[in-house]
Design a protein around this ligand. Sequence first.
Ligand code: GDP
Ligand code: MG
Length: 660
Amino acid sequence: MRKDVRILLVGEPKVGKTSLIMSLVSEEFPDEVPPRAEEITIPADVTPERVPTHIVDYSEAEQSDEQLYQEISKANVICIVYAVNNKKSIEKVTSHWIPLINDRTDKDSRVPLILVGNKSDLVEHSSMETILPIMNQYSDIETCVECSAKNLKNISELFYYAQKAVLHPTGPLYCPEEREMKPSCIKALTRIFKVSDLDNDGILNDNELNFFQRTCFNMPLAPQALEDVKNVVRKNMTDGVKDNGLTLKGFLFLHTLFIQRGRHETTWTVLRRFGYDDDLELTQEYLFPLLKIPPDCTTELNHNAYLFLQSVFDKHDKDRDCALSPEELKDLFKVFPYMPWGPDVNNTVCTNEQGWITYQGYLSQWTLTTYLDVQRCLEYLGYLGYSIINEQESQAAAITVTRNKRIDLQKKQTQRSVFRCNVLGARGSGKSGFLQAFLGRNLVKQKRVRDEHKSYYGISTTYVYGQEKYLLLHEVLPDFEFLSEADLACDIVCLVYDISNPYSFEYCAKAYKKYFMDSKTPCMIIGAKSDLHEVRQHYSLSPLDFCRKHKLHPPQLFTCNTADAPSKDIYTKLTTMAMYPHAKLRCMCTCNRCTFCICQNLLNSELLRSVKARLVTAVLNRHMTQADLKNSTFWLRASVGATVFAVLGFAMYKALLKQR
Ligand code: GDP
Ligand code: MG
């Protein structure tokens, strides 16, 4: 809303402009007035809309045309004053004043006009008969009012209307010729209806109406008022009320009614509360609240945001299959000005048999957006009405900015729940297959992905010591020349080679030596396509010897050419290493049977995850204590947390299952 309002009074000499201003200020009729009143400013707290208001007089005798034009261009609203007993002053409204003002203002940004018929104390009849046709002819005329400076009739009202015309303009909302709301207003109110329809049944029930009322007007509706509103709608249309709640049609009708009765500030209050500006666009402050992200910090959604997104999912998953069909997804994004998710999203997150984004996949995609492009995430949350529904100051309340990674490393502890793993490797080494396998897709399923729908990201959850964590895989293009800082910054690196291609390991070795040997980022070498025949690599060292030499975890054999969904073990390992880069979880054998490997395997089994997490972490603790004594207290703490999480997680999962 505007910060101040500038009202200009124009009209023929002697119609009473100066007297009107003086009457307003002194609350009595001045017998003698100067030709022109000084500009006055009424302080915010004594005006009805609590906005400082400047009132500017005009006098032909004292001012040049040039000065008049300047004042016209500065004004937010112009009152054209005539005297009801002076026909000529009425004629001049259309023959002189309206054209003069229109010539001085842009077509797109016309100032609202108010026709003021002064000296109503002098006549018996009203001038409305002459004025209404003029109003119909010019849509810039916001309203007209008859008043008297002499007996103070309608003086405050006049200035209130002027103020309102600026603060709550009718123009963007309503088309007087058609007698209906403008399309952009209908669009905005439709979005507001959808956001407020918490159960998405197309009806605002009493609870939802009350919530709506409370958010917009800071007070609940009395039960009787609620009935009254519905009765008004019932009386006027057949399908405005359904199942004792308000339909979209009824909701729109109510607003049309507000506007037609001159109560458009009600509609404006609603629109502004939901983030709209005077052009009915969502404001930048609403969509992009300030959020400071210091270097080496990442952005994640907090618990409340996940709960909110979960409720959004639930209200759109109409058939309760825990996935969003194309129709359901379209419905979910109806409150957006555009469809934010393209077909590549289906190849970035988990989908069901039909290729529809699952509940898990949906949350993963939100997590990804938050991590990679938090501004976009804020914008999306804004469209969904997060701050309104969750009663938060702004969308920024949904975001956790993690602490600087260097502090995590120092303290050997992290609160993060999203870890980024960059996947590097020569062309054709199996990087994309590695990403897709994380989403549970074997080679056969991967072949169905169309090239133009390919994604260079993959994100899903893994469990590390019973805690759910997100692992974000990013496939980096193999061109060395184009590797940027951003391509390299991550929590863990995967270097992928194709065991059946003798020329593929060299890339890994080179990349390691060039970028990661001296960095603190943990690395894992992946031998992809392990279902194929292994050949000797054309490199001075074998992959295993290379790993030994550089004290790396031995190459992890991996294949996505499986009958069922590929194994997730490797991703859990990666997440663990990303979380605890200090823990030196490097075993130099390839037996896959040492404590670390066993623990990881055990952790992956569904049964142990919930019940025996304590046992497993205990085993692991022992291992870790031996490996790094200094870390023992930290690990102990981690394991206690993990057990609680595991049990809680399980209970929640059961509760969820029951619900569905
Ligand atoms: P301006 O030239 O438009 O600023 O008009 P003024 O305020 O100077 O008023 C012109 C004359 O009309 C003065 O003699 C006022 O006293 C008189 N006048 C102004 N308003 C009213 C009114 O509401 N009723 C009556 N009867 N006279 C008015
Ligand atoms: Mg005057």
